[in-house]
Write a protein that binds this ligand. Sequence first.
Ligand SMILES: [Zn+2]
Length: 186
Amino acid sequence: MNTATSERKAAGAVPLGHAERKYGWLGRARYAKRVRLGTYTMASGVILMLAGGVAPWNGVLLWLAGFVATNVGLLLRSRIRCRVCGLDPWTCRKALQVTRSLRMLWLAALEVCPVCGDDGSATPDATARWLSSGGTPEQPYWTSRRVVVALLLGVGCVGGGLVVAEWRKRSWAERLRESRRGPTKG
Ligand SMILES: [Zn+2]
């Protein structure tokens, strides 16, 4: 019953249907496991970060652990390349046309590299064909400027989290002090 409803939901919301289970290009390029592991690591990281944020005690460590896990997951997921033309399928022009939330499904449904047409197995034949075709590889999305901006954003995120945690800790301590002061006055 449950699987039936979730399948109907997926079919209604996502035009790519059952793409998730196919992993065509990803599977042949042997990236499927890593991408799945990255997704789970990322999801647990986000949960840890949320838990750290709402924890009644000082949740900085929990939050930091979540932050690290989220980034490890992101790294695991992002380090995939076409072995023939070097394309990064997450950030290639075709992928950026897809809504961010659907990009994973798009990648899962990908059968051949959008630039060189390799099916993921990257045989010497495919490489030779690509080289002799004279096609030009796509410019990578992650230029050094974009990397610097992303790093600064990451540092800002950690700093902001620590400030919020410190503020929460203080307001807790204050409230505690107030509640102790209350009854002695009256
Ligand atoms: Zn390619």
